[in-house]
Structure formats: C-alpha cells, structure tokens
Ligand binder design. Structure first.
Ligand code: NAI
Length: 482
C-alpha cells in the first residue's frame, strides 16, 4: 500500500461502509480476483504509475485494488461529476489497512457533485505525481478520454507556446480546461510534454473515448499507444448491453419511481447501449420505440419487435425518453417544448451533449426546480413540466450506482489485462490504437463461467481441425461479430 498524503473525497467516515460493499463486490468480480491470484508472484505492474479517470464506484475500487495487488501505484479521479460513490472513494483513500484518522490508501480525487472546475482540478491531481521524475504517470486508464485529452491539449499548447484565448463559442467546460492549461503553462512550461514522454500507453473504457482516440490517430496527433478496451467482446457486448439493461431502469426507478409498465418509452440509438436499454424497458412492460440513423441497427430493432420511428413523430405522445447515441443534439429544446406533461427525459450516453440542456435553460419563463439531487422539474410558462434526470448527464451513474459488479468484472478484467499488455510489452505496441488479442477476450469470459454454473463443451481435436481452430481457442476469426 502507498501512503496517501494527498487525496480529496467527501467524507472519510464513510470508509467502513465502503469497505463492506467492496468486500461484497469482490465475490461478484471473479475475473479480477482470479487475476490477483494468478499474478500474485509475477507482479507484472511493478513500476507502473497508473493514473485512472473512471467513475469512482465500488466496482472501480475493486479494480484499483487489483492494480495495486499486481504491483502498480495508482492515482485516481472520477470521469463524471455525478458518478462517484462517496463511500467507495473514502474506502479507497483510507485503504484496507488504514483508518479515517490514518489513511493509507490510494490518492483519489473524487466526490459526488463536483463542479466542472473541480472536476478538471481532480483530473489534474490524478495526473500529477509529486515524486516521479517526469511529474506524471507512465500509464493512463481512461473512461471517455478526459485524462488523455488533458495531456494532449497540454502538449499541443506547450508546442505552440501559448494557450488560445477563450471565445464565446467555447463551452463553459472547455473554458475551465483552457484556464487550467494557462496556469500550468506559466508555472511549469514543459509539464505536459515532459509527462507525456514517459507514458507507455492508455487503455480506454468506452465507445466515446475510443472514438476520440481513432480521431487523434487519423490526425497523427496521438502521443502514445492505446488499447481500445471497449471493443473487447467481453466489454461492449456485456457492459454496454447487459450493464445498461440493469442500470437504466435502476436510475429511472430511483429518480422517479414511476410505473414503467404500459408507458411509451423512446430509446434514441440502437447500438450496444440502446439494445440493453430497450430490453430493460420492454421487460418492465413499456411499449418501446427506437430512433436510429443506421439502417442496419434500425432493421435489427424492427426484427427485435420494436417500432422504429423518428423523434419528431413520437415526441408528443411518449412518456419516457432515453438517449444512447454518443452523438450530439439528439433531443433539442424545441423537442422538449412539445413533450407531454411530466415526460421523463434522460441520457445514458457518455457526454451531456445529447440533450440540449443549454437550450432548455434559455426558454423564456422556464423554471427549474430540484426535486432531489440529480432530479429536476423544468416547468414551462404554460404550466407543463418535464422531469430531467442528472441534468442530462449519464443517468445510470447519476441517479443510481451504475452497472453491477459481475458485469464490471468483465470490463475491468479486460482493463487490467490491457494495462499489463501495454506496460510489459511496449515493443509490440508502436503508437496506434489496438484491441485486446482474442485469446485474452476469451480468457475473460472463461473466468466468469464457473460463478454462473456454466459447463462448457470441450472441442474434440477432429472437430477443431474441421472448423480450423485450436482446441484451446481462439474460436472465432477477428472479424466475427457475436
Ligand atoms: P454504438 O455506436 O454501439 O451505438 C450508438 C448508436 O446510436 C449507433 O447505432 C448509431 O447509429 C446511433 N445514432 C447515432 N446518431 C443518432 C441519432 N442522431 N439518432 C438516433 N440514433 C443515432 O455505441 P454504444 O456502445 O451503444 O455507446 C453509446 C454511448 O453510451 C457512448 O457515448 C458510450 O460511451 C456510452 N456508454 C455509456 C455507458 C453507461 O454506463 N452509461 C456504458 C457504455 C457505453
């Protein structure tokens, strides 16, 4: 264990509660726990300084302590202002051996309800390693790409020798990033360049962050190799789908407790997340309508038995709206003006630009009232009100506790194996974006079978030869889609 002299969490006295939930979660995370056993002696992450930017939940606590058990030192921030579970953050700061009076855990900078300015400060703290020669990490574990973005922007402006002035076009959030980088540029002019020079790579958790990485690769601006963890089969086909199938309605229920059965629910986007969301709403008896731009996903939705329509056609009659696209401007203020009284509006995609919250706030005479944290009514001048969840940020983490442990065990076992790959085999990964090799993907699935009582059939050698695979796998070609 490292001795944490620096951290910032909401309330250290929550650590004992956090520790109890971490202990329960460990049992539900067989993938991570078996990596702890497998690598106890080898310590493949010894020497790794990992900066993590990922929702600071109970499940993430088990990931952090797995990385430490494999030899890494870790600093952490959450990747969303509402997603931290304060008891999990406290338990991580205190550590299994420490007490609230004598915290001995991992430096963590995260609390539920950060301001955007605090959020970027936390990200900077997680990236700042006081005792490292470069002042920074040598590995990043990212979710949505904000830690990676800060390093890349920092290097870009240091090269240019100046941080551009903030303009009216810039979002409030980008304004904070620019202000932060202006401060570092004047205090430590080579901070980000120096720090980036020693980063062996980043492992990225989610669709949206992966999208940013491929963009940087194409532009030629990517500074270090990256593993796209999202597109491991055991990640996106499980976490995005079955995770959201669980946590979407958990968020809606905790926020509103409205009966979902019989209601009309619109799910915008029928990718992995949309498929899970649609299934969970249908499971509760809602009549689900899908919107899509991709003919393949639209056809899938239709064949799965959903009505596929445009938002325009159904916006006045539906009761619940969920955006899952990872795209911007999906539900605009003009759409919300047409919705029914007490329609529920929420987003489960990574960023808060799917729902036009800024446009909603600008409607003359509109009144926003807090019902409870992360649940607001927006009342129009004519008396009609909408219920908006988590201010348009991902509602499963803002209104509930995100995905449950078992599914996150898959994602985080992928993350841990990806960290080991990039940290221990830098020569095999020149700058670029990679997915986990398939044998590791299959390994992650295999580690989760026993807990569910799954008995796998063993391929006979002549069968293996007939379909052209090895008895021990991999069983599918890389282009297979599952
Ligand atoms: P995906 O790419 O599989 O699905 C997105 C779908 O939205 C695509 O099928 C696309 O065609 C569709 N789409 C794009 N623009 C649209 C528009 N204007 N109208 C209707 N549909 C549109 O991506 P995935 O994996 O489903 O992820 C979606 C988002 O959710 C990403 O931002 C991702 O980072 C995030 N995510 C959130 C999680 C959570 O726990 N809240 C978990 C996993 C992913």
């Amino acid at each position: 264990t490292t001795t944490a002299t620096d951290f910032k969490v909401a309330d250290l006295s929550l650590a004992a509660f956090g520790r109890k939930e971490i202990t329960l979660a460990e049992h539900e995370m067989p993938g991570l726990m078996s990596l702890r056993k497998e690598y106890a002696d080898a310590q493949p992450l010894a020497g790794a300084r990992i900066t993590g930017s990922l929702h600071m939940t109970v499940q993430t606590a088990v990931l952090i302590e797995t990385l430490v058990a494999l030899g890494a030192r870790v600093r952490w921030a959450s990747c969303n202002i509402f997603s931290t579970q304060d008891h999990a953050a406290a338990a991580i700061a205190v550590g299994p051996e420490g007490t609230p009076d004598n915290p001995q855990g991992v430096p963590v900078f995260a609390w539920k309800g950060e301001t955007l300015e605090e959020y970027w400060w936390c990200t900077e703290q997680a990236l700042t390693w006081p005792d490292a020669a470069t002042g920074g990490p040598n590995m990043i574990l990212d979710d949505g790409g904000d830690a990676t973005l800060l390093v890349h922007k920092g290097v870009e402006f240091e090269k240019a020798g100046a941080v551009p002035a903030t303009t009216d076009e810039d979002s409030e959030e980008y304004g904070y990033i620019l202000a932060l980088l202006r401060r570092t540029l004047s205090a430590t002019p080579q901070k980000w360049t120096q720090l980036a020079s020693e980063i062996r790579g980043v492992t990225e958790e989610t669709t949206t962050g992966v999208h940013r990485l491929y963009e940087m690769q194409q532009e030629g601006t990517l500074l270090f190799p990256a593993i796209n963890v999202n597109d491991a089969v055991t990640k996106s086909k499980f976490d995005n789908k079955y995770g959201c199938r669980h946590s979407l309605i958990d968020g809606i229920n905790r926020a509103t407790d409205v009966l979902i059965g019989g209601k009309v629910a619109v799910v915008c986007g029928y990718g992995d997340v949309g498929k899970g969301c649609a299934e969970s709403l249908r499971g509760q008896g809602a009549r689900v309508i899908i919107t899509e731009i991709d003919p393949i996903c639209a056809l899938q939705a239709a064949m799965d038995g959903y009505q596929v329509a445009t938002l325009d056609d159904v916006v006045e009659t539906a009761d619940i709206f969920v955006t899952t696209t990872g795209n911007r401007d999906i539900i605009m203020a003009s759409d919300m003006q047409r919705m029914k009284h007490q329609a529920i509006v929420g987003n489960i995609g990574h960023f808060d630009n799917e729902i036009d919250m800024a446009g909603l706030a600008k409607i003359p005479g509109i009144v926003k009232e807090e019902v409870k944290p992360q649940v607001h009514t927006w009342t129009f001048p004519d008396g009609k009100a909408l219920i908006v969840l988590s201010e348009g940020r991902l509602l499963n983490l803002g209104n509930a506790t995100g995905h449950p442990s078992f599914v996150m065990s898959n994602s985080f076992t992928d993350q841990t194996l990806a960290q080991i790959e990039l940290f221990t085999k830098p020569e095999e990964y020149p700058i670029g974006v990679y997915v986990l090799p398939k044998h590791l993907d299959e390994k992650v699935a295999r580690l989760h079978l026993d807990a569910l009582g799954v008995k796998l059939t063993t391929l006979r050698p002549e069968q293996a030869a007939y379909i052209g695979v090895k008895v021990e796998g991999p069983y599918k070609p890389d282009h297979y889609r599952y």
